[in-house]
Design a binder for this molecule. Structure first.
Ligand SMILES: Nc1ncnc2c1ncn2[C@@H]1O[C@H](COP(=O)(O)OP(=O)(O)OP(=O)(O)O)[C@@H](O)[C@H]1O
Length: 278
């Protein structure tokens, strides 16, 4: 595989200052760029820490002892952070804290970074409208950011990042405050993002199984599984106290297996199990 189309984590460990135990422990894997990668795990398993390393926040902004390699295509956050930053978009867990606080309107907030980066007003305006439409904010462009709901604020934070059209998008629990319809729209949009490499931490395991190319599962700072959702969920289903997708649980309850012997994890796979036996 061309090294420029590879995601490489090699022996990645992170220990926060003053902590004895590492928050991430010797994580190694490779994957192809251009995929949607869902990062799951229980609370304190290291998901946010992994996002913060992938985004370069650790160690460039938040200090921590980091060892090992992180490479997204030709870029590494440990080598030329400004260049890395230019190619990556980041949506933090605390989305409200990521807004500038300086904009009177949603439009201005999305335009803020673009204009700061030297884009012309005309170009920026086109990018703002495109990103706002993708996040369903087109009717809210004149509204003040501090009047938005939690879910709308998350959409605004995402729109502000995708307005740059980054090659890599790293999102930490971006739908936690969205209502079910908003969440479904978001995951539908995500499923159509074929050009980008997307890392998304989410507790919405059902949605991730529908759209993700890969799942990475963390437990106590260790990577316990990675690969296609079907393989990964079947691998971690026993012996780990993890949330399992509804489809998997239903299939198991009704004894519906795929020809491979695995239980399905997404609706289309489950439907196939019923079709085969009718
Ligand atoms: N700034 C910090 N300083 C010290 N320890 C930290 C810091 N941030 C996180 N940790 C510790 O690192 C470990 C992993 O935390 P992290 O936030 O990455 O987990 P998580 O899987 O994202 O959890 P959650 O789902 O609850 O957000 C935890 O033990 C946590 O207490």
């Amino acid at each position: 595989m061309d090294a420029n189309q590879q995601i490489v984590l090699d022996n990645l460990s992170v220990r926060y200052r003053g902590e004895d135990e590492a928050a991430l422990k010797e994580i190694s894997l490779t994957a192809k760029t251009g995929q949607i990668i869902g990062i799951i795990g229980n609370s304190r398993s290291g998901k946010t820490t992994l996002c913060d390393v992938l985004s370069g926040i650790i160690p460039n902004i938040v200090s921590g002892h980091v060892s090992g390699t992180v490479r997204l295509g030709e870029f590494s956050p440990f080598e030329a952070f400004d260049e890395y930053n230019f190619h990556t978009g980041v949506v933090l867990q605390n989305t409200a804290g990521q807004l500038s606080g300086l904009s009177d309107t949603v439009f201005d907030e999305i335009a803020f970074g673009l204009i700061n980066q030297g884009m012309s007003e005309e170009e920026a305006s086109k990018s703002v409208v495109r990103a706002a439409c993708q996040m369903g904010l087109e009717d809210l462009l004149e509204q003040a950011p501090d009047t938005l709901s939690g879910g709308q604020t998350q959409r605004l934070a995402i729109a502000s990042e995708i307005a740059f059209d980054p090659e890599f998008l790293i999102m930490d629990d971006p739908t936690s405050q969205m209502d079910p319809v908003g969440r479904r729209e978001f995951f539908e949009w995500l499923a159509g993002c074929s050009e980008k490499t997307i890392f998304i931490v989410s507790n919405e395991v059902d949605d991730l199984c529908e759209i993700a190319d890969q799942l990475w599962v963390l437990e106590k700072g260790e990577l316990i599984a990675s690969g296609k959702p079907l393989d990964v969920i079947n691998q971690v289903a026993e012996g780990h106290d993890l949330y399992l997708p509804v489809v998997y649980r239903m299939a198991k309850e009704f004894g519906k297996k795929l020809p491979s012997g695995l239980f399905p994890v997404k609706l289309s796979e489950l439907k196939g199990c019923f079709d085969d036996q009718n």
